[in-house]
Design a binder for this molecule. Structure first.
Ligand SMILES: Cc1cc2nc3c(=O)[nH]c(=O)nc-3n(C[C@H](O)[C@H](O)[C@H](O)COP(=O)(O)O)c2cc1C
Length: 313
């Protein structure tokens, strides 16, 4: 997820049970031109397996080159973004615009598949306007060489609002023989079960894991048939947040890292009582010490309002 799923964050998700992780989308064009910021986004750890690099673009030759670079960088999968609804991306013919341009989309996927020995997977939405478009798009991508599909159960028109269309995901599952991963609004075990009921081989979590990497431990219990672990206590959550802060600063240096952490940290306070002020304070984080002080203050504040903090989940 753009701006969120850096290496440090992915490491945390994996620690709690995520099976496959993906970089945020990067421009194949920028990669082709050796843009250093884009290369920095493609930071990978040797401890990450399997990890995908996600590319966006609409030029088959440039995407093929991007796929080669991704392979050289040691990633295990190339994921192609055909879901992004942002006009800046669709205006250039990339992201979800490709849902309406099946010939170009197929050319992009087959060019990447031919350029690399890595599996090329494709992230789609259920359609541009109508969820009925999904099975045809999915089948075209399979024919073009896609090894698996992730389907966000919304149309481009819906962007991130409205309900996920489980029926459309089920139709994709029935239309192709490659694995389909269901995506959209997975925020608890019930929504994960609803997604799996479509017949999807796996599930992909986006916003539900922001500020909550431990969610993957709950999801893992579902697949393993074991009771879900209790969510971490508030002090434990603050420890996890600090771990992320340290990881992000190790990646980018403290100055840039803490700028990055301003948004990532705010998510960790999302559903905690009395967190509005702490969330606000996140936008002023400059150093790791600031982050440490913020987490300590939050715990103290909760302890004074609730002496029995330890068992509070
Ligand atoms: C801030 C933000 C950034 C995102 N960036 C990406 C991205 O880089 N690549 C991608 O495939 N999807 C991206 N998405 C979409 C999510 O991966 C996901 O498909 C969508 O949010 C629906 O799933 P969810 O309900 O689990 O969040 C982004 C979504 C948000 C809100």
């Amino acid at each position: 997820m753009a701006g969120n799923t850096n290496l440090a964050y992915r490491r945390l998700c994996r620690k709690y049970g995520a099976e496959i992780t993906t970089t945020e989308m990067v421009s194949a064009q920028a990669l082709h031109h050796g843009d250093t910021k884009t290369q920095a986004i493609l930071e990978r750890g040797d401890d990450e397996f399997p990890v995908a690099a996600q590319l966006f673009g609409s030029d088959p030759t440039i995407l093929a080159n991007g796929a080669r670079i991704v392979e050289e960088l040691g990633f295990h999968l190339v994921d192609f973004n055909m879901g992004c609804p942002v006009p800046k991306i669709t205006g250039g013919g990339g992201g979800s615009a490709l849902l309406r341009d099946s010939i170009r989309a197929s050319d992009c996927v087959s060019a990447m598949s031919e350029a690399t020995s890595l599996p090329v997977t494709v992230k789609i939405r259920t359609g541009w306007n109508s969820p009925n478009e999904a099975p045809q798009v999915a089948s075209d991508m399979e024919n073009a060489g896609a090894s698996a599909l992730t389907v966000h159960g919304r149309t481009r028109t819906q962007k991130y609002s409205g309900k996920v269309e489980y029926a459309a995901i089920q139709q994709v599952v029935q239309a192709v023989s490659i694995p389909v991963i269901g995506n959209g609004d997975i925020v608890d075990l019930d929504s994960a079960k609803l997604m799996l009921a479509t017949g999807a081989s796996g599930i992909a979590v986006g916003r539900g894991a922001l500020g909550r990497p431990w969610f993957f431990a709950e999801l893992r219990s579902l697949f393993e048939g074991t009771p879900p672990p209790p969510p971490p206590s508030i002090p434990e959550r603050m420890q996890i947040l600090l771990e992320l802060g340290k990881g992000v600063c190790a990646l980018y240096g403290e100055q840039r890292g803490m700028k990055n952490m301003r948004r990532l940290a705010a998510d960790f306070f999302k559903s905690s009582p009395g967190s509005a002020l702490s969330r606000k304070k996140c936008s002023h984080l400059n150093t790791l010490k600031d982050l440490q002080a913020l987490t300590e203050h939050f715990i103290l504040q909760l302890e004074s309002s609730r002496p029995n903090l330890a068992p509070e989940r």
